[in-house]
Design a protein around this ligand. Structure first.
Ligand code: DP6
Length: 361
């Protein structure tokens, strides 16, 4: 299913936050069990900076990491309504108190839209099929999965809404847990944030890329080089705050909007050069913004720079489409079409000697 909400006249429909409030009392079961899965995603146009409650400063675009998935199951048992949402969490089989504050915040933020969640005690079990500390966005898949669970129960207990509505609500709720999680509720290419070139786009939830993509981008790989040891020096939440008074804030907003338009064209026309130019410019701009923040952060390490150089040199020498992107950390995402994987393995074998994670995009 292509997820672009359409009105009855066939025009793209944009939900407002109010549309996600309950219209009628759901008929809630006494006990409920559910299980969902949600993938992580990698942004090519980066979300960096917010205004208000999880509203992005600029639109972003990401690909789903199809092989980096969170599996979450829950048992919900009716209780008299509590002030706070009651839950226990086990992550990979063990209690995970470190994750609890963010989940409490998530539940608190989604209460106005799904107030019935206070009427259950939730027992949540979650696991990832990728190492948690690998520096790939586990909060994106984790909050997307939690939002899907809530929406699944609400959907079963409510009549009369479309699949598009539930997808949009799941993305809307996921966003309140972690902004990038909104884009994990899409099939492949997610766009979150209003942009004039994207019909139906919204600051409040992500939509699926509403255009055809050129076959050149049909089968992509992301080789995530795990170059980072330990925790990042800055959390993305703290990083977003640095954009509030950033000297380059306005220029960044313009740049992200332009980059998104250029990337959309590249994806539609099969222009690898343009795809790569924009993707790398985004990654380096994100890091440049952090370097120029107050306080300033350098999140790349010498290995990141070494591999950036090697990839650029390799690309020039062999004229093959291999590009990189970065998140707010030192790990390098190497992106290329599946058809050149063998070439890469043969001609740059040390690339695959680095501890890594390989995912389909
Ligand atoms: C650099 O979604 O982790 O990965 O909304 O505060 O949870 P919060 O931030 P988060 O930020 C992700 C930043 C990024 C770029 C991106 O994924 O778009």
């Amino acid at each position: 299913m292509k997820f672009v909400p359409l009105s009855q006249s066939g025009r793209p429909l944009e939900y407002r936050p109010e549309d996600f409030r309950l219209r009628s009392e759901p008929s809630l079961p006494g006990k409920w069990e559910g299980e969902v899965r949600a993938p992580s995603n990698i942004a090519l146009v980066k979300y960096w900076g917010k205004k208000g409650l999880q509203v992005p400063m600029n639109p972003s675009l990401s690909f789903i990491l199809r092989d980096a998935v969170t599996f979450t199951s829950a048992t919900a048992e009716r209780i008299p309504p509590a002030d706070e949402v009651r839950f226990t969490l086990r992550f990979e089989g063990r209690p995970a108190p470190a994750f609890e504050p963010k989940i409490h915040t998530f539940f608190r933020r989604i209460l106005p839209y799904s107030p019935w969640i206070r009427r259950y005690r939730w027992e949540i079990h979650s696991r990832n099929n990728f190492p948690h500390s690998a520096g790939i966005a586990s909060s994106a898949s984790a909050f997307a999965a939690l939002a899907l669970l809530v929406v699944q129960l609400e959907k079963e207990a409510t009549a009369g809404q479309s699949d598009e509505y539930w997808r949009a609500k799941a993305s809307f709720l996921a966003r309140l847990g972690s902004g990038s999680a909104s884009r994990s509720i899409t099939d492949r290419i997610g766009i979150w944030g209003k942009h004039p070139a994207v019909p139906g786009s919204s600051d409040f939830y992500a939509v699926e890329f509403p255009f055809g993509t050129h076959p050149a981008f049909d089968d992509l790989r992301d080789l995530v080089l795990l170059l980072q040891e330990g925790r990042k020096a800055v959390s993305s939440t703290a990083g977003h705050q640095l954009m509030e008074a950033h000297p380059y804030r306005e220029a960044r907003i313009r740049q992200a909007n332009t980059h998104l338009a250029r990337l959309i064209d590249a994806l539609r026309t099969g222009n690898w050069d343009e795809f790569g130019t924009v993707t790398e410019a985004e990654a380096l701009s994100l890091h440049a913004l952090m370097m120029a923040s107050d306080p300033s952060f350098i999140l790349m390490n010498p290995d990141t720079l070494k591999w950036i150089e090697k990839i650029r040199r390799f690309r020039r020498r062999h004229d093959l489409p291999v590009y990189f992107t970065l998140d707010a950390g030192a790990n390098l995402h190497v992106i290329f079409p599946a058809r050149i994987e063998d070439d890469l393995r043969r001609r740059m074998p040390d690339l695959f000697d680095v501890p890594h994670l390989l995912s389909r995009l």
